[in-house]
Write a protein that binds this ligand. Structure first.
Ligand SMILES: Cc1cc2nc3c(=O)[nH]c(=O)nc-3n(C[C@H](O)[C@H](O)[C@H](O)COP(=O)(O)OP(=O)(O)OC[C@H]3O[C@@H](n4cnc5c(N)ncnc54)[C@H](O)[C@@H]3O)c2cc1C
Length: 436
């Protein structure tokens, strides 16, 4: 019988610079390509929230359809199956006598546990993971992971002073081994007819990459990146990076190419600087494991915050006493994306103005953001809540000051309806206890 390999796709939904597919291109056997949709993604769990909201799921489906089409064009099939990965992947490995499982290494604690469980259930299967969601591999880091610098600046200085190797971006694979002969089993649901502000998938990702780097936007990134709104004010790559429809290494090399052709300046450097933030949070998540989700984070004692359902709900629904925060949450709820500045203001408001347990906010962002990334989301929330890797111990963004700086004409608040009044039908308890 032919040898069989199962590739479990997760946040690597691409053909260009996919190290696993490139490795498998010459494999003389059969290849099973699988993506698992987990039922728990659509059920309320921790913090009474679902891991997948509407926009986030729409974006995922678009990404899966684009990948399925691209694979079909080269004679392969993407199987989208539903279930708990531990159960359905293990069952599939056994049922089809597959001897090897490959996947991209996940830095998230729970994702790592899933793989360990599969390994326990299928002790005879060889498991190989690839570090391809980061700029560097762990081996190329200029320190051992347990010596990860305690803050971003120290990390950045270290990798910049001992220039760390970013592997070349690989061409798209043009052929793959045949699929494992299986009964037809493809439950990839139709993409929603409703389109969003961003289109998911590997084609949209490459299109955006071409558009962005053929514009002059990278040369003014540093001056515009802090704006609340505006498509070209920041790169918007997060939405495709999170699903891995584009690779971070490809992006890094695209910046370098742009610099060669158009000249390097502080702005082009700053895109790489921000990609290093992403990198730092990835390694931080891997090192800190379950502590990423702890109320007290990296600290000895937890913040003096609690859970208040009225304040939390009003924050989620954009009906707080702060028009700017309402506008931000309205944008998040309708598009699944908000700028970095908006994320900081909304997060700071929940933590500092409303004294709500930061993990509820992080879980809400997890549900709503189409670019949700476990390391960046929970790492940034910890940072703002003062229980993470911030040497200053938390960030307070004063809302009036932020409004004056970033929305002086009220244009953003009007666009996203931030002045909408709290409706009279809402219980009074919603509004009586605002700590302002
Ligand atoms: C509370 C909070 C939650 C966040 N949750 C997420 C999340 O779930 N997923 C996510 O990708 N980013 C998250 N971020 C980081 C950041 O806000 C987004 O990466 C950024 O706004 C995405 O837009 P962009 O691609 O245009 O960013 P750009 O400004 O163009 O930056 C380029 C790239 O650098 C990386 N980057 C930039 N800032 C950060 C940062 N602070 N932390 C980590 N990476 C960064 C991203 O990959 C981004 O695509 C969060 C920030 C905050 C404050």
């Amino acid at each position: 019988m032919k040898k069989r390999v199962l590739y479990w796709l997760q946040n690597d939904l691409r053909l260009i610079d996919n190290v696993i597919l490139s490795d498998l291109a010459t494999f003389q056997g059969e290849l099973d390509l699988v993506f698992v949709v987990e039922p728990r993604w659509f059920k309320q769990s921790n913090y009474q929230l679902k891991p997948y909201g509407e926009q986030k799921y729409r974006f995922l489906l678009e990404s899966l359809h684009a990948l399925a089409d691209a694979l079909e064009a080269i004679g392969q099939t993407l199987h989208v199956i539903t279930g708990e990965p531990e159960a359905v992947i293990s069952q599939r490995l056994k049922q089809y006598a597959i001897s090897k499982l490959v996947c991209t290494e996940q830095v998230g604690y729970y994702e790592q546990k899933q793989l360990s469980k599969i390994s326990e259930l299928c002790p005879d299967v060889i498991i190989k993971t690839y570090q391809q969601d980061t700029l560097f591999t762990e081996r190329d880091l200029p320190f051992q992971l347990h010596n990860l610098p305690k803050n971003f600046t120290a990390f950045r200085k270290k990798v910049e002073s001992e220039p760390t190797f970013v592997a070349a971006s690989l061409e798209a694979v043009s052929q793959l081994p045949h699929p494992v002969q299986l009964c037809p089993e493809n439950v990839l649901p139709e993409s929603s007819a409703q389109s969003g502000s961003f289109c998911g998938g590997l084609i949209a990702a490459q299109q955006h990459c071409n558009d962005y780097f053929s514009s002059k936007a990278p040369s003014s990134y540093k001056e515009t990146r802090n704006e609340l709104d505006g498509f070209s004010n920041s790169t918007k790559f997060s939405v495709w990076l999170a699903s891995g429809t584009i690779s971070v290494k490809q992006l890094y090399h695209e910046v370098a190419k742009y610099e060669q052709e158009n000249g390097a300046n502080e702005s082009t450097y700053w895109i790489k600087f921000e990609l290093l933030w992403r990198e730092y949070f990835k390694w931080h998540a891997k090192l800190f494991g379950a502590k990423l989700f702890r109320f007290k984070g990296q600290k000895e004692s937890p913040p003096l915050h609690t859970f208040n359902s009225h304040r939390f709900l009003a924050w989620c629904q954009g009906r707080t006493p702060f028009p700017l925060v309402n506008a931000i949450m309205n944008e998040l709820n309708s598009t699944g994306y908000i700028s970095n500045r908006a994320r900081q203001i909304a997060a700071s408001c929940l933590v500092n103005e409303f004294a709500v347990d930061w993990r509820y906010g992080a879980a809400y962002f997890e549900q709503q953001l189409i670019d949700y990334d476990v390391a960046a989301n929970w790492g940034n929330w910890q940072y703002i809540a003062g229980v993470g890797v911030d040497p200053r111990g938390g960030r307070h963004f004063h809302i009036n000051k932020q409004t004056a700086l970033y929305d002086p004409t009220g244009c953003y608040v009007r666009k996203w309806d931030g002045e909408r009044q709290i409706t009279p039908s809402i219980d009074n308890t919603d509004v009586v206890d605002w700590p302002i």
